[in-house]
Design a protein around this ligand. Structure first.
Ligand code: AMP
Ligand code: ZN
Length: 456
């Protein structure tokens, strides 16, 4: 029994067998870098990091090539630059770095490759030329469009039918489209928008094209695993498949398609447009990154997960119990993780069962003494490390607990008080609060979106 994964395209759980076990390839659609990502965006990063770790265990660290792109050219980025007056390159560089820092805080390994869209414009133009030459695309009014009628399996991944497709496309009707469901490969840029010279005039790529071009360049024609959030099935992944297959003589784009479910807040999907978001930036002030990671792993990746304070509190207290046991018999992790946890993860990344396995290992260790206990704890540690957990020394884990300086709730309360003082133009009181926080090691920073704080 080895790894089995639920494949969205096959609509079934399938035994995983890479095309070449010496070079296992995985691509996951990465962030569009124009703002802070919310914790829902990080669900995919954590889930596919776990898959990356499981694949590395099976095939060897050097045999797994994982590419997660950076989308650094996009209408949302252009809009942000127009609003703030900040150059696009500065916005994208800053938020790409914020994203990397936050993934590190959640124990997410750096991917093997991190291709940026703006580094592959030539590959994108070449792909469009191929599609035009094959008769799969057409140029109209400085745009190039993909003709979905030319790809007979369009819709196979998502199961979206023609009516839905056309309904979906209606938001984006354009006179230059032969069929409303056709999608943009290349579009013109206005003089004040970023653009690259192309055979169709100065312009920029469509989002779907970016991924197809980067996959082809970074990993190859047919990759083993393509991943992303459930909402990317249509139109994004459907369009990636159409472009890549038509450009590559029908060769499949990916052998396994894996999609993670949503993180919800209340009854709704956590989403920027609804405003119901929690940002790692804020969460990391109150919780160790490992608590956020653990919380994201408590549900099976294909199930929805509700983000609540209670989930965070429970995740913290479960980790506390594990760390208390790790502290009872400090030492190295066992060379291999125990079968119970590995089998659970091999079964389509069944993290609820893997976490139950961690608790069983902890219970076993609790009943042991001496050498046997050391071995049991080493086994627990190996299981947790496979899941990207237990990266702290137990002593440091408990030392970092709030209690040394003011707690986050206390700081937030003082900052709210200070904001009121400032509104009332009582600057002496406001400054006194700032100084008091400074003395207890809290630095505050006033910005256009309010006041943020960090520990010195
Ligand atoms: P967006 O910011 O909506 O373009 O989403 C960027 C990425 O984050 C996509 O891969 C989405 O699938 C994913 N994503 C956005 N919101 C959520 C959520 N609430 N839960 C899980 N994934 C999400
Ligand atoms: Zn993509």
């Amino acid at each position: 029994m080895g790894l089995a994964l639920y494949d969205t395209l096959a609509r079934d759980k399938r035994a995983f067998a890479p095309a070449d076990p010496r070079r296992v390839t995985m691509y996951v659609c990465g962030p569009t870098v124009y703002d802070h990502a919310h914790i829902g965006n990080f669900r995919a990063a954590v889930v596919f990091d776990l898959l990356f770790r499981v694949l590395r265990l099976h095939y060897g660290d050097g045999a797994v090539i994982y590419a997660r792109n950076i989308t650094d050219i996009d209408d949302k980025i252009i809009r942000r630059a127009k609003e703030t007056g900040e150059p696009i390159g500065e916005i994208t560089a800053r938020y790409a770095q914020v994203y990397r820092d936050e993934t590190r805080a959640l124990n997410i390994l750096p991917p093997t490759l991190e291709p940026a869209a703006t580094g592959h414009i030539g590959d994108m133009i070449a792909l469009v030329e191929k599609l035009l030459a094959g008769g799969f695309a057409y140029a109209a009014e400085e745009h190039v469009l993909f003709a979905v009628d030319r790809y007979k399996d369009y819709g196979a991944l998502s199961g979206v039918d023609r009516d839905e497709m056309i309904a979906g496309a209606r938001v984006d009707v354009a006179p230059y489209k032969a069929n409303p469901a056709d999608f943009v490969l290349w579009k013109p840029s206005a003089a004040d928008e970023p653009g690259w010279p192309s055979p169709w005039g100065r312009g920029r790529p469509g989002w779907h094209l970016e991924c197809s071009a980067m996959i082809g360049k970074a990993l190859g024609t047919t990759i083993d695993i393509h991943g992303g959030g459930l909402d990317l099935r249509f139109p994004h992944h459907e369009n990636e498949i159409a472009q890549s297959r038509c450009a590559h003589g029908g060769a499949p784009l990916a052998r396994y398609w894996i999609h993670n479910g949503f993180l919800n807040m209340g009854a709704d999907k956590m989403s920027k447009s609804l405003g119901n978001v929690a940002l790692p930036r804020d969460l990391l002030r109150k919780w160790p990154g490992e608590v956020l990671r653990f919380a994201l792993l408590t549900a099976h990746y294909r199930q929805p997960l509700e983000w609540t304070d209670r989930l965070l509190e429970q995740s913290k207290s479960q980790l506390d119990r594990f760390y208390r046991m790790l502290g009872e018999a400090p030492g190295q992790a066992a060379p291999a993780p125990p079968a119970s946890v590995l089998l659970a993860l091999d079964d389509d990344l069944n993290t609820p069962e893997a976490i139950a396995g961690l608790h069983e290992l902890r219970d076993i260790a609790a009943q042991m003494t001496g050498e046997a206990k050391t071995r049991a704890v080493a086994s627990l540690k190996a299981a947790g490390e496979l899941m990207g957990l237990f990266s702290n020394e137990p002593e440091a884990w408990f030392r970092a607990e709030p209690g040394e300086g003011p707690q986050a709730e206390e700081i937030d309360r003082l900052l709210a008080e200070r904001a009121d003082d400032r509104k009332a133009r009582d600057f002496a009181r406001a400054d006194a609060i700032r100084d008091r926080l400074f003395e207890s090691g809290i630095l505050i920073e006033d910005g256009p979106h309010g006041t943020s704080w960090r520990r010195a």
